[in-house]
Design a protein around this ligand. Structure first.
Ligand code: F6P
Length: 341
């Protein structure tokens, strides 16, 4: 079989490990041939492909980014759609697609599978917000990067007796904030799932300060304070019409300073969390998912994605995988909140 692989949506440490896992297993065990679509669905719509011989995936499990490039192209727009894509696949002799991407990518893959295309998915989200997989690769790396950065903010905060606010990724869910905040010993963790008043955050900051600590607040980009209706976003929309996030930390800082009298500084970690080498955990998970995706292709399990359940990799229907966010449960937030202030 000739299999086309694409990486779509925001990038994520571990994408190359998925590609390597799929290609090595596909070539070694099944005798498949692989091509990569350049820049996600754009390459599929435009028939822009590159060969992926075994030599190309040598040593790439530890490389950040994606060797195929990515984009937030919608395959139903920009001259795309199932008929165009079918023609491209026939012309290029490609039998099946492995689509590595998040919610938007998998939703598009489902529509294309419903139209008769042969696609299996691999979930990718640094935010760890897909319900159909216990963990997604890239999340562990993002948490490590954020924790290391927050540890550094703590020492400079302590030198100056300042309050430090670290903003991390997390559009709809606060997993990165929860894990990095707990690991770094934050005095407040603010996540999209929990509305909290500025007065409450100021109270936690004052309590920590009163004990001689430099207060440390970790906030997810999608956090909505009690007095706001929607997440802070002043940078317009992305190509999928989603608000571009970032900047809630800068909104909180003057509010907290005014209420506490403590000099406050902000750091927005942004895309640093998605860059660089994946952790060993993410490399292993990504490799296993890539290998499992090839197995799904061999079995003709079109319209399914591979996901982690406990320690096993399982197949889940797109239908079941989509539309369900894995939010931070109340009990997990309450457990962390015992240590706030
Ligand atoms: O969806 C993952 C994510 O990293 C979000 O946390 C963030 O809001 C978004 O992607 C950023 O997207 P972009 O790379 O397009 O700026």
């Amino acid at each position: 079989m000739k299999i086309g692989i694409l990486t779509s949506g925001g990038d994520c440490p571990g994408l190359n490990a998925v590609i390597r896992g799929a290609v090595l297993k596909g070539i070694a065990i099944k005798g498949h041939e692989f091509v990569g679509f350049r820049d996600g669905w754009r390459g599929v719509v435009q028939g822009d492909v590159m060969d992926i011989p075994r030599t190309m995936v040598r040593g790439i499990a530890k490389q950040g980014g994606t060797i195929l490039g990515t984009s937030r192209t919608n395959p139903f727009e920009n001259g795309g759609g199932p008929d165009v894509i079918k023609d491209n696949l026939d012309r290029l002799g490609i039998d099946a697609i492995i689509a590595i991407g998040g919610e938007g990518t998998l939703a598009a893959a489902k529509r294309l599978t419903d139209a008769g295309l042969k696609i299996v998915g691999v979930p990718k989200t640094v935010d760890n917000d897909l319900d159909a997989t216990d963990y997604s690769f890239g999340f562990d790396t993002a948490v490590h990067i954020a924790t290391e950065a927050i540890d550094r903010l703590r020492t400079t905060g302590e030198s100056h007796h300042r309050c430090m606010i670290a903003e991390v990724m997390g559009r709809h869910v606060g997993w990165i904030a929860l894990h990095a905040g707990m690991a770094a010993g934050a005095h407040a963790i603010l996540i999209p799932e929990q509305k909290v008043s500025i007065e409450q955050v100021a109270q936690w900051v004052k309590e920590a300060h009163a004990r001689g600590r430099a207060p440390l607040v970790v906030v997810a980009e999608g956090f909505v304070p009690e007095h706001m209706d929607s997440p802070h976003s002043e940078r317009g929309l992305d190509t999928f019409g989603r608000p571009r996030m970032g900047g809630i930390a800068d909104q909180l800082a003057p509010e907290l300073e005014a209420r506490t009298g403590i000099e406050t500084r902000t750091t927005i970690l942004g895309h640093v969390q998605r860059g660089g080498v994946p952790t060993a955990y993410d490399r292993v998970l990504a490799t296993r998912l890539g290998m499992a995706a090839v197995h799904s292709v061999a079995e003709g399990r079109w319209g399914t994605m591979v996901g982690l359940k406990g320690t096993d990799i399982e197949q889940v229907d797109f239908q079941e995988a989509l539309g369900k966010l894995k939010v931070v449960p109340q009990r997990r937030y309450d457990e962390a909140a015992v240590l706030f202030g």
